[in-house]
Structures are given as structure tokens and as C-alpha cells.
Ligand binder design. Structure first.
Ligand SMILES: Nc1ncnc2c1ncn2[C@@H]1O[C@H](COP(=O)(O)OP(=O)(O)OP(=O)(O)O)[C@@H](O)[C@H]1O
Ligand SMILES: [Mg+2]
Length: 350
């Protein structure tokens, strides 16, 4: 092959050709900031892909580099090095095209509190070129989605924090973007408002939108995200589903079985199970550390059954995302994270 042919092939072959089912492909992105002779590496050689249609979480403590990465992906910042593709567009080469397929809800609100809900949506819709003849209908659809129809013509300054955030999230969705970026969608909201925003996000995801959100609330990532990336000090520390991340802990799950009286006959049968790390009695309680508690439980119950040993209580404790984060990084996600963690009750919003 001649070198001319090679060059031509390189030109034809876009670096953003879809390779697999992914919609975002990030390759070795680095971002450094230099001020007063001091250099901060906010994003440090990060590479990963986001699948089409998933809710993807970037989880990390304050200053981890989450917002910087979002700002790079949404073309507000140029990376110092590295590249990223959103669908078939490259973030620096095709920045304008990228902007047509994304919606962004930044960490700090950009709603105009002096304008009404309707006018905020109208202004933004014109900014992102929603055709005039469908804009009004689209605005009412979004207001309905957020249950703010009867407040359409009220000033946003009179809205609660939750109402404002929901309005801002759907505003980012006004032009039906392929990808929606939500930077800390529920920061500063009370538990009830947080749950409402979660419902909103789940509804938008049902419309086949890929959602990438940043958070330092573990419960938020657990409830909403199909996959979670841990970011710490600018680096990608781990990326997987919640279940798989939890399996990274060598201690695994803890199963506690309460008995009337301790019975050591069950121990050999339980310890011989390949998924069991250890099994010890403390008084009348048997504590078992196992790689996957719910998978190993039936075999354990069989052993008890074999010796006709009655059980009083059974409980399985799964490690939290925080446990996994501490194990991987040696530091906590956020010392001030309790508010969010406490409010997390119930299952994934439907
Ligand atoms: N424009 C900038 N100039 C200089 N440093 C910056 C700039 N933007 C971000 N940084 C630094 O980059 C690092 C990452 O910041 P970033 O805002 O991305 O973190 P984050 O994970 O979003 O944190 P938080 O959870 O607090 O929002 C921090 O050390 C921050 O001070
Ligand atoms: Mg941030």
C-alpha cells in the first residue's frame, strides 16, 4: 500500500466511527489548569465509553474533576490532550454539531428567576433552534411532565428548589437531545424534592435518551445508574454496574444467622463452599463472609437443614458504594454526604 493511500484512508475513516453500541467514547482525556505558576490536573488520562440509552453516573468527592469532564464533553472547555466522540462527532473538531445532540443542566442554575417558567423554556427553545411552529406545544408538554402547568406564567423566583431543578432538567431536554448531561441534579434539595427529580430523570431516560449525571450522593448513583464510574483526583478509579462494583470488596457480603444454641456441626459444610470466605460463631450468631450472599444462601440453608438445626433470624448486609470507594481510594466520598445518604429509601424510580 502506498503512503498516499494510507493518508487517504485515514482521512476517510472518521475517528468517531461507531465501533460498538456506545454513544460516548472518551480516550485519554487530560485537562490541566495553570494559574500563578501552579498547575492542577483536574482530569488525568480518563478513558471510558457510555452505552446508548443508559443512565451513567460519575461519582466522586468534591474536586474530583466531574464537572471539568462534563464541561469538556459539552464543548465548554477544550481538553489539554485526548479526544472524545459523542455519537459520530468529535468534541473539538465538530463542536457545533455536538451541541445539536446534547442537552446540559449545569451544576449551578442558569434559570432566569425574573422570568416565568414558560418564558424560561421559550427563551431556551429559541436559543437551541426549536422550530417556532412546534415550540409552544413542546413547552406545554414539558410543563406537564414536571406538573408545573398551572404555574406556567409565574415567576421562577417564586418556585421551590425542587420545582426549579425539574424545570431546568426538562429545559435541557426541549430539543429532544440524544444525550443529556446533568451535573449534580439534586444538590441542595430536600429528600422529597430529590425523589421527584429522580422520577423526572427516569421518565426522560424512558424516551431513549442517554443520561450522564455527576453526583457525590451514593444513593443517587445506586438508584438511578445502570453503570457507575468512580472518579478521584482526576482519575478513573473503577467503572462497572453497582452489583459488580460491590463484588470488588474481598470481604463481600456478610450473612448473619441467629440460633437458639450454637451448633458447630454446620461449620465444615459451610466453609467448604467456594463462595464463602469465612464462617465463625460469636455466641449464638453465625457470621459468614461470602463473595455473593444471595447466591450462597440456599447452600447454607441446606447445611442447616441437613443437621435439622433451627434458625431464628437471617440477614444479609451488602457493602455500600461508600465502602467500595473507601476500599479503592482510601478516602471517603464526602464527609458532608449524610443528608443524601439518609434520604435514600425505596427502589429505583419507575
Ligand atoms: N477554571 C478553573 N481554573 C482552575 N482550576 C479549576 C478550574 N475548574 C476546575 N478547577 C480545579 O479542577 C479540580 C476539579 O474541579 P471540578 O469542578 O471538576 O470538580 P468536581 O468533581 O465537579 O467537584 P464538586 O463535586 O465540588 O462539584 C479542582 O481542583 C478545581 O479547583
Ligand atoms: Mg462539580
Amino acid at each position: 500500500m502506498t503512503s498516499d493511500q494510507t493518508i487517504q484512508e485515514e482521512l476517510i475513516k472518521s475517528p468517531c466511527d461507531p465501533i460498538d453500541g456506545s454513544i460516548i467514547r472518551i480516550e485519554h482525556v487530560v485537562k490541566t489548569f495553570t494559574s500563578r505558576n501552579k498547575t492542577v490536573t483536574a482530569v488525568n488520562d480518563v478513558s471510558f465509553t457510555v452505552r446508548r440509552g443508559e443512565i451513567f453516573g460519575l461519582l466522586g468527592p468534591n474536586g474530583a474533576g466531574k464537572s471539568t469532564l462534563i464541561r469538556i464533553l459539552t464543548t465548554l472547555l477544550r481538553p489539554t490532550s485526548g479526544t472524545a466522540c459523542l455519537d459520530t462527532y468529535e468534541i473539538t473538531r465538530d463542536a457545533e454539531k455536538v451541541r445539536t445532540i446534547i442537552g446540559v443542566c449545569p451544576q449551578n442554575s442558569t434559570l432566569d428567576v425574573e422570568l416565568t417558567a414558560y418564558d424560561n423554556l421559550d427563551f431556551y427553545g429559541k436559543l437551541v433552534n426549536v422550530p417556532e411552529d412546534i415550540l409552544d406545544k413542546r413547552i406545554w408538554e414539558l410543563l406537564e411532565m414536571t406538573e408545573l402547568t398551572d404555574r406556567a406564567h409565574m415567576r421562577v423566583g417564586t418556585f421551590s428548589g425542587g420545582m426549579r431543578r425539574k424545570l431546568e432538567i426538562v429545559r435541557a431536554f426541549i430539543h429532544h437531545p440524544l444525550i443529556l448531561f446533568l451535573d449534580e441534579p439534586t444538590i441542595g434539595l430536600d429528600p422529597e424534592a430529590r425523589r421527584e427529580v429522580w422520577q423526572q430523570i427516569a421518565v426522560l431516560n424512558k424516551e431513549k435518551t442517554t443520561i450522564i449525571l455527576t453526583t457525590h450522593y451514593m444513593d443517587e448513583a445506586e438508584k438511578l445508574c445502570n453503570r457507575i464510574a468512580f472518579i478521584d483526583k482526576g482519575r478513573l478509579v473503577a467503572l462497572d454496574t453497582l452489583e459488580n462494583l460491590k463484588q470488588l470488596l474481598p470481604a463481600g457480603d456478610l450473612i448473619e444467622i441467629g440460633l437458639d444454641t450454637r451448633d458447630d456441626r454446620v461449620l465444615p459444610g459451610i466453609r467448604s463452599n467456594q463462595l464463602v470466605n469465612s464462617a465463625e460463631f460469636k455466641n449464638n450468631t453465625l457470621t459468614i463472609s461470602a463473595k455473593n450472599g444471595s447466591r450462597v444462601l440456599p447452600a447454607i440453608l441446606n447445611v442447616f437443614d441437613g443437621y435439622s438445626v433451627p434458625m431464628n433470624t437471617i440477614s444479609i448486609h451488602s457493602p455500600s458504594l461508600e465502602d467500595v470507594f473507601i476500599y479503592l481510594t482510601g478516602s471517603k466520598l464526602d464527609a458532608g454526604n449524610n443528608e443524601g445518604a439518609k434520604s435514600g429509601t425505596g427502589g429505583r424510580p419507575s
